[in-house]
Design a protein. Structure first.
Length: 228
């Protein structure tokens, strides 16, 4: 087998591993959404176990990418894919953790529907953002800056409304148990808001893989707006 063919197979393997990891994360978010909407408290334990699969995939990808960097002498864009891929895999693993933490919250507190509905609106936006990144992993030349920034703006707006609602609820809490539940709900809302930030970072890493430069997504977005 020629050297070029070996390198092509290496890059294909790295791409497939990244796509598999984002796919597993989307599955975890979808399963979390179903568990919460159907009030399936017992199902939360399955999410905790599934999260271990994503952690294992992170470690597997990191080891594989480092080996290919050391042994295959990757250059230019192929090298950026390996290096950037390690950064991407870590961001994806963190995002997956947020769905696990949300499941643990619901299984522990069994929150009322008013909290469930508010948090799920924010959760759905994160899922929409994850869906958009499936396109990036299948084609790194795809530019989704505008779509990503619009979704991130929606996440911020939804978070602000939810957080304001929870602050008002906290002021009206009648006992310590209710205070604890609302406080934990606020943590989950903040986690989902952070997920949007991590997904912006994913976009920036993909841009690095494509161009060799790190640029803030917001700056790229502002430049694109001036051209519209």
């Amino acid at each position: 087998m020629s050297l070029n063919k070996i390198l092509d197979n290496d890059i294909k393997q790295l791409r497939n591993m990244l796509e598999d990891m984002i796919s597993e994360t989307k599955v975890q978010f979808a399963e979390t959404f179903e568990i919460i909407t159907k009030n399936n408290v017992e199902g939360a334990a399955l999410i905790v176990e599934h999260d271990k699969i994503i952690n294992d995939k992170l470690n597997e990808f990191t080891s594989t990418a480092l080996w290919k960097i050391a042994k295959q002498q990757l250059v230019a864009r192929d090298l950026r894919l390996a290096v950037g891929g390690i950064l991407l895999a870590r961001e994806i693993e963190i995002i997956a953790d947020y769905s696990k933490k949300l499941c643990i919250f619901f299984s522990k507190f069994k929150p009322t529907k008013k909290y469930t509905t508010s948090i799920l609106n924010l959760f759905q936006l994160v899922i929409d953002m994850l869906d958009s990144f499936s396109e990036l992993f299948s084609n790194f030349d795809t530019n989704l800056v505008v779509k990503v920034m619009e979704l991130e703006a929606q996440i911020n707006k939804e978070f602000e409304e939810l957080y304001s609602y929870l602050v008002k609820a906290l002021k009206k809490a009648e006992n310590n148990e209710e205070v604890l539940e609302i406080s934990e709900a606020m943590k989950q809302a903040k986690n989902l808001e952070r997920a949007g930030d991590h997904l912006l970072t994913v976009q920036e890493i993909v841009s690095f893989i494509r161009t060799g430069r790190f640029e803030e997504t917001s700056e790229i977005y502002d430049n694109l707006k001036t051209l519209m």
